[in-house]
Design a binder for this molecule. Structure first.
Ligand code: PDD
Length: 284
């Protein structure tokens, strides 16, 4: 189990890793984060995750307090210190520590970086099953395109899914269109064999896995449409799957009370998962 983390300039054992009680990430969720997988020294789409981290920071007017080069050295150090071969890295940058005040104007703040590593079992790569999901109204704020730690609607939704024995909660917007999962992007394959995922209209996170899977589809001449799709299209789809850094491509075989593909993993979901994992073997 990983035990060493990086907290604001120091490599510390978990029991000594402490965040100030006036960290704005703690008070307000005034922080952004990334989750990046790695296997045997190879990161899955590292550069893309860092680009998105910088984008999220910029959207919130936070400046990364170190260079991207130093950040990568620190991340590699944390992985090395924990002797983890296969797992995920969590990177969080909060606006910093200051006496509690909603406005951050005129506050002297130094952003706080924390990095931790979670070891995963290698089975995770090979053994995959079709999962179930539930649908819920999307009640998140209007900027889900920013990867902030402010995740209350997401954690409540995931807990409801968990209580119902489901793996993911799929958010539906007010017009009955799918936005995304509580921690994933959602895709369908229809009976015309079109692969469909919501376009980046500001209502979803621009998933790094989503983009990688999109590239796999294009390179393999799979017909891809980036557009909104309705709850009805979701429930009557030939295949449904989700994508995220930690779930890769995971088929969904049941949603609410509807079976998808008779409860079986679909062919396209299966090949996209393989193509994605293959692409990640030579990622950056
Ligand atoms: N979640 N949408 C949401 C709301 C997410 O939280 C995530 C990722 C994604 C998929 O993005 P990516 O492919 O870049 O991981 C989409 C991460 C894994 C998490 O919160 O742990």
């Amino acid at each position: 189990m990983a035990k060493i983390s990086y907290v604001d300039g120091l490599y510390l054992h978990y029991k000594d890793s402490k965040i100030h009680i006036e960290d704005r990430g703690y008070h307000f969720g005034d922080a952004v984060y990334e989750v990046v997988m790695f296997n045997e020294g190879i990161f899955f789409d590292y550069n893309e995750h860092i680009k998105r981290l910088l984008r999220s920071l910029k959207s919130l007017n936070i400046t990364l307090p170190i260079s991207c080069k130093s950040l990568k050295i620190i991340i590699k150090n944390v992985i090395k210190k924990n002797k983890v071969v296969f797992g995920s890295v969590y990177i969080q940058v909060s606006r910093g520590v200051a006496q509690r005040n909603h406005s951050y104007k005129n506050l002297t703040l130094k952003p706080i970086i924390i990095i931790s590593v979670t070891e995963k079992n290698n089975n995770y790569l090979n053994n995959f099953i079709g999962v179930s999901a539930i649908t819920l109204n999307d009640n998140r704020w209007a900027r889900p395109d920013i990867k902030t730690t402010q995740l209350l609607p997401n954690i409540l939704a995931k807990t409801i899914a968990d209580e119902k024995g489901a793996y993911e909660a799929i958010f539906i917007d007010q017009y009955d269109y799918i936005t995304e999962g509580s921690s994933s992007n959602i895709w369908i394959v229809n009976y015309d064999n079109e692969l469909i995922t919501r376009n980046l209209d500001g209502q979803i996170l621009s998933g790094i896995t989503r983009n990688a899977v999109k590239n796999c589809a294009v390179q393999n001449n799979i017909k891809l449409l980036e557009r909104k799709f309705s709850k009805d299209e979701l429930l009557t789809a030939k295949e449904v799957f989700l994508t995220s850094a930690t779930s890769f491509v995971t088929p969904i075989v049941k949603i609410d009370n509807s079976s998808i593909n008779n409860g079986l993993i679909g062919e396209l979901s299966c090949s996209l998962r393989e193509l994605y994992l293959k692409a990640m073997k030579t990622s950056n």
